[in-house]
Design a protein around this ligand. Structure first.
Ligand code: COA
Length: 262
């Protein structure tokens, strides 16, 4: 059952499965996908009875989500970048503050907004071929969906800075070592089995206590809220620069960017 264009929405026995489905773009999330995900999470929130987790993954075996859809970046200016970033923040905040746990099943590339999507989930399970990176600096900007805040929260400042400054990909083994993922499994089937086992364990707990744990842990980071707001401002400002235009153009022309510092 799916009333969406860019996501598949499936009811499992005690969990919901959301699969981002834009295979030709390696599941990159465009504005419409963000809207569909928002609608989907809001609908789920109205009927969680009998459901104890949401599993979110990407279609196929190659990619979880290869980032925000860069083809939509061509038209960005400071104002529209602000809207885009705010919109992404809203979705990722809905997920982080969701009433039942959300498990990211990372099956391949989790880049940029894909890594940020995994970061706002409560638990991350990955396949052996997963690769993580925050490559926005290659486009002349910064992560705009909460990555500058959640990545250091989860893996620590030093490792997060290195990932964001170099844009280098890390593999699943390193991600496990960093604490970026909780488990690495052989393939998508095995990762799905692990994710559903986690839901089965959580099903046996008191639902109010499950929600309480997530709310209380999220409260630990509440004082960082100003950082999220500042990220939106810095991302938007950078999306108004010539270097950003060059970064996006270079990606589309499949060449290295030549940045000028303005
Ligand atoms: N937005 C839009 N389209 C994307 C995309 C994104 N974030 N990531 C991949 N795609 C598209 C490619 O443009 C390509 O489309 P085309 O066939 O019409 O040219 C298609 O998906 C397949 O990608 P391709 O680059 O050919 O695959 P690859 O295996 O050679 O490389 C990646 C895979 C993920 C390393 C590479 O696609 C990449 O670097 N993507 C961008 C990652 C990124 O910077 N994300 C952060 C954005 S803020």
């Amino acid at each position: 059952m799916s009333q969406y264009n860019f996501i598949n929405f499936i009811k499992g026995k005690n969990y919901y499965l959301i699969e981002i489905n834009r295979p030709n773009q390696l599941n990159a999330i465009n504005k419409k996908t963000i809207q569909e995900l928002k609608d989907c999470f809001l609908n789920i929130n109205d009927s969680t009875k009998g459901f104890y987790g949401v599993i979110i993954t990407g279609s196929g075996d190659k990619s979880f989500v290869a980032g925000a859809d860069i083809s939509e970046f061509k038209e960005l200016n400071e104002k529209t970048a602000n809207e885009l970033s705010l919109n992404g923040h809203e979705l990722f905040n809905i997920i982080e503050n969701f009433s039942i746990p959300v498990i990211a099943l990372v099956n391949g590339y989790a880049l940029g907004g894909g890594c940020e999507l995994a970061l706002c989930c409560h638990i991350r399970v990955s396949t052996k071929n997963a690769k993580f990176s925050q490559p926005e600096i290659n486009l002349g900007t910064i992560p705009g969906y909460g990555g500058t805040q959640r990545l250091p929260q989860i893996i620590g400042k030093g490792r997060a800075l290195e990932m964001m400054l170099t844009a280098e990909m890390i593999n699943a083994e390193t991600a496990l070592n960093y604490g970026l993922v909780n488990y690495v499994l052989e393939d998508k089937d095995a990762a799905m089995k692990k994710a559903t086992q986690l839901v089965d364990i959580i099903q046996r707990k008191a639902p109010e206590a499950v929600a309480g744990v997530m709310e209380s842990v999220n409260n630990f980071f509440k004082e960082d809220e100003e950082g999220f707001k500042q990220e939106i401002n810095i991302f938007s400002r950078l999306c108004g620069t010539d270097d950003f235009k060059e970064g996006v153009k270079a990606f589309q022309e499949k060449r290295c960017p030549s940045f000028k510092g303005k």
